[in-house]
Design a protein around this ligand. Structure first.
Ligand code: THU
Length: 160
């Protein structure tokens, strides 16, 4: 037996104002997109904004459904649209902001497991890391330089 230690790196910012202006702008796009969430069941709204190497910004928000599993998270709404609309472009950064209609979300909200798997597919596809910035409605922002920090030991096409 050999132990295997897996480490992930994150940066924690006390407030969004600590981030570079370009990322603050991207987070503003995520917040705007969050308002378009259709979340009548969870009352939990998430917005995601990603910027491509052609400077285009693609946004998404969670879209729920009366048949609960048919809904989709904000991150996947955004990244699948980016893949569909700009298949040859590289995704550089993604910003995510979450807000509950029931209570204040003051802590960073990381993407769910299914979104991490969806996101890492594009990192593998484009052979370049995607930086992720995530926050609640206010408070600290966390950054990972790669989706792999959020999802170590990825399952990808190398296994197929
Ligand atoms: N949600 C997202 O949009 N992104 C995540 O990473 C976590 C969860 C959405 C799905 C659902 O509409 C609501 O938040 C509550 O889970």
């Amino acid at each position: 037996m050999k132990p295997l230690k897996v480490t992930s790196n994150f940066e924690v910012y006390d407030a969004v104002e600590e981030l570079p202006e370009t990322i603050q702008d991207l987070m503003k796009e995520a917040v705007l997109a969050r308002d378009n969430a259709y979340a009548p069941y969870s009352r939990f709204k998430v917005g995601a904004a990603l910027v491509l190497d052609n400077q285009e910004v693609v946004t998404g928000s969670n879209q729920e459904n009366a048949s609960y599993p048919s809904g989709l998270c904000a991150e996947r709404t955004a990244i699948y649209y980016a893949g569909a609309r700009y298949p040859k472009s590289q995704i550089k950064n993604i910003a995510i902001s979450a807000k509950s209609m029931k209570h204040k979300v003051d802590a960073p909200v990381p993407p769910c497991g299914a979104c991490r798997q969806a996101l890492v597919e594009y990192e593998v596809k484009q052979k370049a890391e995607i930086a992720v910035y995530f926050m609640g409605e206010s408070g600290k922002v966390m950054k990972a330089n790669s989706i792999k920090d959020l999802l170590p030991l990825i399952f990808d096409n190398s296994a197929l």
